[in-house]
Ligand binder design. Structure first.
Ligand SMILES: Nc1ncnc2c1ncn2[C@@H]1O[C@H](COP(=O)(O)OP(=O)(O)O)[C@@H](O)[C@H]1O
Ligand SMILES: [Mg+2]
Length: 291
């Protein structure tokens, strides 16, 4: 794989667009069929992209590739040097105090101060000296967000960061991410299985299916967003249809947009069920050269 880290050279055809992420022909298998299969994706600076798709469709694999944690795929990937990831679990080092977890890997005389600024931004100025095991789930995820933020990322990668939080904490965290995004304007790629979360936060939803971006849907809703807004409801129906979910099956207003039986379904079920979205046959990888 060619992985280019740093500013992207923009060719004439893309002048003006200047994406912060450019993925082309990304292909990855784990000894079986291709999980990512010639995937193309550009992300504009400062944009908020939600990545949806059934469980096992390769969302985390894509995210890990963009984070530089998976070097094995074939294809071309260009990402900014300044990038940070938050996973579903906070992944804190238990024997380091909260502020030291945030400062992990930083260098310089002011790392404590920088960590404290980031912790204050996520509402944790009172927990800087705490041990990770004494934190609530929400506080631990805030610490993980502070650790990402302190790196001033141009690309923030979020892999279902709220999935294991209770509903109220989850709402608070969504609000926090929205305000951090407004304040710092990184490009964000948020993996979520929750259509409402995508609609609350993102300005673009991409759906991963059969190793490629099967749908790319702009979310042009005024902010702050409201569930009851007719445009929100219409977009939710569209996203659910793209995911192959019948809204009536799940009672319409449920926030868990993809019910668990479907999330656990086989590889082709979502595509088969999607109206106007016939299951396509798995094509041979477009680009398998490892550079
Ligand atoms: N390191 C790995 N080794 C073997 N198989 C893997 C590995 N990582 C992911 N997979 C497989 O690739 C598929 C996609 O996984 P993943 O990217 O985690 O999906 P998602 O995040 O969309 O649920 C799954 O079938 C998973 O089992
Ligand atoms: Mg995943």
């Amino acid at each position: 794989m060619t992985i280019h880290v740093g500013p992207i050279a923009v060719d004439a055809a893309h002048a003006g667009a200047e994406p912060v992420v450019r993925v082309s022909g990304l292909t990855r298998a784990f000894g079986g069929p291709n999980i990512l299969d010639g995937l193309d994706l550009d992300i504009a600076p400062g944009s908020f992209v939600a990545l949806l798709g059934r469980s096992g469709s390769g969302k985390s694999t894509l995210l890990r590739t963009l984070a530089g944690l998976d070097q094995a795929p074939a294809g071309t990937v260009a990402v900014p040097r300044e990038r940070a990831v938050v996973f579903q679990e906070p992944r804190l080092v238990p024997w380091k105090r909260v502020w030291r977890n945030v400062a992990l890997g930083l260098r310089g005389p002011d790392i404590r101060e920088r960590a404290l600024v980031a912790l204050t931004e996520v509402g944790l100025s009172h927990r800087t000296e705490a041990w990770p095991l004494t934190l609530s789930g929400g506080e631990a995820q805030r610490t993980a967000l502070a650790r990402a933020l302190v790196r001033e990322p141009k690309l923030l990668l979020l892999d279902e960061p709220f999935a294991s939080l209770d509903a109220l904490t989850r709402l608070r965290m969504q609000g926090l991410v929205a305000s951090l995004w407004r304040a710092h304007a990184p490009a964000v790629l948020l993996v979520t299985h929750d259509v409402d979360e995508a609609l609350l936060l993102a300005d673009r939803a991409v759906i991963l299916d059969r190793g490629r971006i099967a749908a790319d849907i702009p979310i042009r809703l005024a902010r702050p967003r409201r569930h009851g807004d007719p445009a929100f409801i219409a977009l939710r129906a569209r996203l659910l249809a793209e995911l192959g979910v019948d809204e009536n099956e799940i009672g319409g207003a449920e926030s868990e947009a993809v019910p668990s039986p479907l999330r656990a379904a086989g590889p082709s079920r979502a595509a088969e069920a999607a109206p106007g979205h016939p299951a396509r046959s798995r094509a041979a990888p477009l680009h398998v050269g490892v550079h």
